[in-house]
Design a protein around this ligand. Structure first.
Ligand code: SF4
Length: 336
């Protein structure tokens, strides 16, 4: 069993059994972004989850959420993020997500948020490291040590298909939970429950490992809070399914009912990025499968693909003029 198939089977199981938002391959480091990619993130909805879901199906940029642009507070577009090119991209992404809205007044473009961003929309973030075969643990020790010392996630779990011995458990830091998961039957055994990590305390992030020492960075609680919001937003926007464009145009390509890429020729789930393409000896030109990951995700999880009342995507960001009766305006007046 390769890690990709194991991971997708676990994501599907968690989505159907926990009612949570499940996502794959998200950054889990602060001081060295990109240095740690977490296999699976599980987001447990909080009290205001529905308000967030009604805002947008996409990830909203953290800098947009934290900016001076508020729901009742239009800001001249050129003042947002001081008109930098990075700032312009953030505004465009927030508009694409439907969180920001552009208006034209007095010959100027103004930006405002379409609704107040909700607090407490997620309750808990769990990081899961997949090691189907504990006989080939790879970087497991470093990955787990990183996550526990940094304390960015509320919980850290190791998921494996292997039989877990007492020696395995003793080698893992105490707060780490352990699940044994069978990707064929979808059965999960909780070998050890995870303990809560101190997410509101400063964290210690290993940044560089040498034979006799490890360099670390101290990460302040505020930086962790910000990164947690980014992770939550990315998890909400991204989910775990590969996009359909990633599937090969191969006659053997198919999809399971929960929209995992499946190969009819080899009889199992495949990773289109590494298993498929013209390099595959059984590749036969054909059409892509017809599974709709968006529809399946909306059916099987609390994620809302097309929330009622969300602002329509604004075409032509440079020349937007608000329309009377725009649902975004309607919602804005309710939220004020
Ligand atoms: S490219 Fe190969 S692995 Fe991928 S679907 Fe076609 S036959 Fe299967």
């Amino acid at each position: 069993m390769d890690e990709f198939r194991f991971e997708l089977a676990l994501c599907s199981y968690l989505e159907s059994e926990t009612g949570a938002i499940v996502a794959r391959q998200l950054g889990g480091a602060v001081a060295e972004p990109g240095a740690r990619i977490v296999d699976v993130v599980v987001l447990q909805p909080g009290t205001a989850f529905e308000k967030r879901a009604r805002l947008s199906p996409k990830a909203i940029p953290t800098r947009a959420i934290e900016s001076d642009v508020g729901a009742g507070q239009a800001v001249p577009r050129r003042n947002v993020f001081e008109g930098t090119s990075r700032g312009r991209r953030i505004v465009e992404t927030a508009v694409e997500a439907g969180y920001f809205q552009l208006e034209r007044r007095d010959g100027k473009d103004w930006v405002r948020a379409t609704a107040r961003y909700p607090d407490d929309w997620y309750d808990r973030l769990t990081a899961i490291e997949n090691k189907p075969d504990l006989g080939s643990p790879g970087d497991l020790d470093d990955q787990i040590t990183h996550d526990v010392a940094l304390g960015l996630f509320d919980e850290v779990v190791l998921a494996t298909a292997s039989y877990v011995t007492r020696a395995h458990l003793n080698r893992l830091p105490e707060p780490v939970g352990v699940w044994q998961f069978d990707p064929e039957t979808g059965e999960r055994t909780v070998v050890r429950e995870p303990s809560r990590l101190p997410v509101d305390d400063p964290g210690i992030e290993p940044t560089d490992r040498h034979p006799l020492r490890t360099d670390v960075a101290v990460v302040a609680p505020g930086e962790k809070r910000r990164k947690r919001l980014t992770i939550a937003e990315r998890a909400y926007g991204k989910g775990w399914r590969p996009s359909l464009e990633a599937y090969p145009a191969c006659a053997h390509a198919d999809a399971t009912g929960d929209c995992r890429p499946y190969c009819g020729q080899f009889g199992h789930v495949v990773d289109p990025g590494t298993d498929c393409g013209t390099d595959c000896p059984s590749f036969t030109p054909g059409s892509r499968p017809t599974c709709d990951p968006t529809e399946v995700r909306a059916d099987r999880s609390p994620w809302i693909a097309d929330p009622p009342g969300a602002v329509r995507k604004q075409a032509g960001l440079d020349r937007f003029i608000p329309r009377e009766g725009d649902p975004g305006d309607e919602r804005l007046s309710k939220s004020n």
